[in-house]
Design a protein around this ligand. Structure first.
Ligand code: ADP
Ligand code: MG
Length: 239
């Protein structure tokens, strides 16, 4: 489903990703944890081809990305959900979700509307379809953002700290949508500090530090018996 092989990424002289390799199988839920600045967002942005890589390769569902890959739209392959929702402010919830299918996939408007309405219902927003983002809570905006990514029917969903910008009482509604997706078999890579979510949903947890993947294992293993000293000190600071 997804292979990253020796991915390196620089910003100027700052090497942000150092030979990052990872495999994700169909239906896997992989959680990435690690300190701020360790390259987690950059890695997800490289996986979704929003950021060019400097060496190595990424294969997603048989599409290969290398340093020479031209800008291609892979939103049908990979959906990404950001910390700050990034909805189009001048469009309603429904228009936000319809945008991709209509403009990128050239789906007929009627069909895109039905699909988008179904997706908004699925995330519990049947009554908010005609609202603009500014009239929605953070949790609602994030659920629209998830619907918008799903509307492209991606093979894999990437989440970059999807609940970090939310008030605590709104975190659960977003995590519940993500849990439902995981149960339905969606392949997911999730950067999060929600350790409860990781324990409950993740097949594997990866610890990232200073641009490297330092440790990988099932949640129980990584959380209760971390092998790497940096994983240990990170976990003791967040748990
Ligand atoms: P994380 O998501 O783990 O907090 P990031 O991927 O955001 O880490 O950042 C990793 C490193 O890359 C940091 O040192 C950050 O300052 C740097 N960085 C991220 N984006 C850019 C950018 N667009 N230009 C220059 N440096 C960047
Ligand atoms: Mg980040």
């Amino acid at each position: 489903m997804l292979i990253a092989e020796n991915v390196c990424k620089y910003f100027g002289s700052n090497q942000v990703l150092q030979n990052v390799s990872m495999k994700v199988q169909d239906g896997d839920v992989v959680v990435i944890i690690g300190p701020s600045g360790s390259g987690k967002s950059t890695f997800l942005r490289c996986l979704s081809h929003l950021e060019r890589i400097d060496s190595g390769r990424i294969v997603i569902n048989d599409k290969e990305i290398t340093k020479d890959t031209k800008k291609i739209n892979i939103s049908s392959e990979v959906g990404i959900v950001f910390q700050n929702f990034n909805l189009f402010p001048h469009m309603t919830a429904l228009q936000n979700v319809m945008e991709g299918p209509v403009t990128v996939k050239k789906m007929p408007v009627k069909e895109a509307k039905e699909l988008s309405m179904d997706l908004l219902k699925k995330v519990g927003l049947a009554d908010k379809m005609d609202c603009y983002p500014s009239k929605l809570s953070g949790g609602q905006q994030q659920r629209v953002a998830i619907s918008r990514a799903l509307a492209m029917n991606p093979k894999i969903m990437l989440f970059d700290e999807p609940t970090s910008a939310l008030d605590p009482e709104l975190v659960g509604e977003v995590l519940n949508v993500m849990k439902t997706l995981a149960k339905e078999g969606m392949t997911m890579v999730v950067v999060t500090h929600e350790m409860g979510f990781a324990r409950e949903v993740a097949d594997r947890v990866i610890f990232m530090s200073e641009g490297r993947l330092l440790e990988e294992g099932v949640p129980e293993e990584v959380f209760t018996a971390p092998k790497n000293s940096r994983t240990r000190s990170f976990l003791s600071s967040v748990l």
